[in-house]
Write a protein that binds this ligand. Structure first.
Ligand code: HEC
Length: 124
């Protein structure tokens, strides 16, 4: 009897966890970011010369990794945990994070990084 009650409790906890997961916002969201603007900025900065990027015309570069599903990636550049703050940090200062890597410092500002990160997080 006790065991059945415990089982029921576990089942209820599972159902409520599921329900919660469904109502939670996407895992990665950048507060205040504008994904549409980010997409335009990525065109302006020429990210597509080095990266294949879904949704950006002509973005077929193969210098860096494809940004396909970057919104689901666990790490950024293999070293930073993929969080909005870390992704923005990478975009602004890739040479500080991994000195000597192939991605240049492009003078991306914080608001620009916010918008670009918003777009990148739509890629899942
Ligand atoms: C001159 C080539 C070049 C340009 C231009 C460039 N990148 Fe990169 N990017 C790279 C390389 C090379 C790496 C891999 C660095 C590493 O892993 O150490 C990289 C890595 C990244 C990563 C991490 C990818 C992953 O799989 O973890 C992101 C995100 C990224 N770049 C976004 C951008 C965006 C957005 C722009 C434009 C604003 C841009 N890059 C412009 C070369 C470039």
């Amino acid at each position: 009897m006790k065991r059945a009650a415990f089982g029921l409790l576990l089942a209820l906890a599972g159902v409520s966890a599921l329900a919660q997961a469904r109502h939670q916002p996407p895992a990665y969201e950048v507060p205040g970011g504008d994904a549409r603007r980010g997409r335009e900025l990525m065109g302006d900065f020429g990210c597509g010369n080095c990266h294949a990027i879904p949704g950006i015309r002509g973005a077929r570069g193969n210098v860096g990794p494809p940004l396909t599903r970057i919104g689901d990636r666990v790490f950024v550049a293999g070293v930073l945990r993929n969080t909005p703050e870390n992704l923005m940090r990478w975009l602004q200062h890739p040479q500080q994070v991994v000195p000597g890597n192939g991605m240049p410092e492009m003078g991306i500002t914080e608001p620009q990084a916010r918008d670009i990160a918003s777009y990148l997080y739509t890629l899942r």
